[in-house]
Ligand binder design. Structure first.
Ligand code: SAH
Ligand code: F3S
Length: 486
């Protein structure tokens, strides 16, 4: 092996990109690279790009301008562009940025080590989509990091929908589902490495397995729930149209499936939904929300909203506001419409003036803010099951975890409770997080057994050793033990 080399990956965009970057780092690690702390200290710099809106695409262009100078100082540096902007621009990127050595799309992630090696001696372009037979997924490497409690697991790629505004089908290609055995194998390996929560990811997870009726995906959710050690399951993203009654039933019948769902609606106006080719009406979306909440009372929802789609009138926008108020989302992601190349909407005039888009965005967020605040405050004073994920960002003597409905809570606790599901009483609500305290049994209170200690190293908590666990009540017995015995 040659001397170890440093790699630095800069990531833009969605969870898919975050996950692809993490996988690339692992793959390059296996090929002898180490993670460099900054581009300046790296021998290989990769930019994993996003092109879903103009803003992230613009950020990539200006970042490349900066890296041009770096490359001038150090001509040996390998500079690569990955992700959706690379897939969108393909060879044009190599033409426009002569200092870029390597351009590759999301389907080439598994080949990253080989591509980087080749790029040391020639300029490389790989933006070919892989099909079902070729299975463009990384299967070998998915072991958790030491101390890792939650993990993403890719179950499919691409999207066969044709939402008029969306570039994703162009940059991520047609839907290809990962083999069920490979998904379950990865979940099992993660669980045996200590991971307790998995989020199944894909652009349109409900059509997993090419099954428009949604049985394959709901079956997969049930299978994942049966993997010993997995306490919690989430998934993202779901197009409402593809969310099947089978999946709704999972919310009623699979306790490991957490009571939180990201359900992008985009608009509350039927006219705009139709123009966006979203395939469902407002009433159908409302009915879906009702049936989901019927299956799992208290289900928390979040959504994506676009304001200023071509032709959106003030009345259309008022419909969006009323839908947001009616559904009562835990939080929303809101975007100004941004025309994207290769989309149907790009042929329409971008009619809503920028100032109107900004005003609508501000109004939407002003409507949502008190709804989010009320949802946060409603948790206060009550005890919740919290999966402890790691140390709190703000205070190393505190730990951080999530409620079943995805809200983040910080509380004083020793690092050894990482990976456990503990009863936490919420004591205070802030706009983006909660503060709480672990509920102790009487004897724990008396002996002071549960005191955060500084000297314990994080990440080395013996998660599956009950003897080493603090004397704390878990709200529900571990499924691990029960399942393994049954
Ligand atoms: N797979 C997801 C969406 C992926 S894109 C789904 O099923 O809906 C993530 C979000 O970006 C979208 O939900 C949409 O709200 C936003 N978005 C996509 N294209 C956009 C555009 N051209 N302008 C503004 N926002 C956009
Ligand atoms: Fe995009 Fe619609 Fe698919 S928003 S990712 S085309 S479901």
């Amino acid at each position: 092996m040659t001397t170890p080399r440093g790699v630095f990956i800069e990531t833009f965009g969605c969870q898919m990109n975050d996950h692809d970057s993490a996988q690339m780092l692992k793959l390059l690690g296996a090929a002898g690279f180490h993670a460099a702390p900054a581009a300046e200290a790296a021998d290989v710099v990769l930019v994993n790009t996003c092109s879903v809106r103009e803003k992230p695409a613009h950020k990539v262009r200006s970042l490349l301008g900066r890296y041009r100078l770096l490359k001038k100082e150090r001509p040996d540096l390998v500079l690569g562009v990955a992700g959706c902007f690379a897939q969108q621009e393909k060879g044009r990127l190599l033409e426009a940025y002569p200092f870029v050595d390597l351009v590759f799309g999301p389907d080439a992630v598994a080949k990253v080590a080989e591509l980087v090696e080749r790029a040391r001696s020639e300029r490389v372009l790989d933006t070919r989509f892989l099909d079902r037979q070729e299975q463009p997924f990384v299967n070998e490497l998915a072991l958790g990091e030491p101390g890792q409690v939650t993990a993403f697991v890719t179950i499919m790629k691409g999207c066969d929908n044709v939402c008029s505004f969306c570039i994703v089908p162009h940059t991520r290609g047609r839907e290809v589902s990962r083999a069920r055995e490979d998904v379950l194998d990865e979940v099992a390996r993660l669980a045996s490495a200590g991971v307790r929560e998995v989020t199944l990811i894909g652009q349109n997870v409900n059509s997993y397995g090419g099954d428009a009726l949604g049985r394959a995906f709901s079956g997969l959710v049930r299978d994942v729930a049966r993997v010993p050690g997995i306490a919690r399951i989430r998934f993202t993203t779901s197009n409402p149209w593809d969310l099947s009654p089978h999946l709704v039933r999972c919310f009623a019948e699979v306790p490991e499936l957490m009571p939180y769902l990201h359900l992008p609606v985009q608009s509350g106006s039927d006219r705009v939904l139709r123009a966006m080719r979203r395939k469902h009406t407002r009433a159908e979306y409302e009915a879906l929300v009702d049936s989901l909440r019927g299956a799992r009372p208290g289900l928390a929802l979040s959504t994506d909203v676009i304001v200023g789609y071509p032709g959106e009138t003030d009345e259309d926008f008022r419909s969006t506001l009323s839908l947001v108020e009616e559904v009562g989302y835990a939080f929303i992601y809101s975007f100004k419409y941004s025309p994207r190349p290769h989309t149907a909407a790009a042929r329409l005039a971008d009619t809503v003036p920028e100032a109107v888009k900004s005003a609508r965005l501000a109004e939407l967020n002003a409507v949502q803010a008190p709804i989010t605040a009320r949802a946060m405050e409603a948790t206060a004073g009550r005890v919740h099951e919290v999966l402890v994920e790691g140390r709190s960002r703000n205070d190393p003597a505190w730990m951080s975890g999530r409620l079943p409905d995805f809200k983040i809570v910080n509380f004083p606790a020793p690092p050894r409770v990482r990976g456990q599901v503990l009863p936490v009483r919420v004591t205070e609500a802030f706009p983006h997080s909660l503060k709480g305290e672990v509920v102790l049994r009487g004897d724990e209170r008396d002996t002071g057994a549960f005191r955060p200690t500084e000297e314990e190293p994080a990440g080395e908590a013996p998660r599956e050793d009950p003897a080493a666990a603090p004397v704390l009540v878990e709200l529900r017995p571990r499924r691990t033990a029960r399942r393994m015995g049954s």
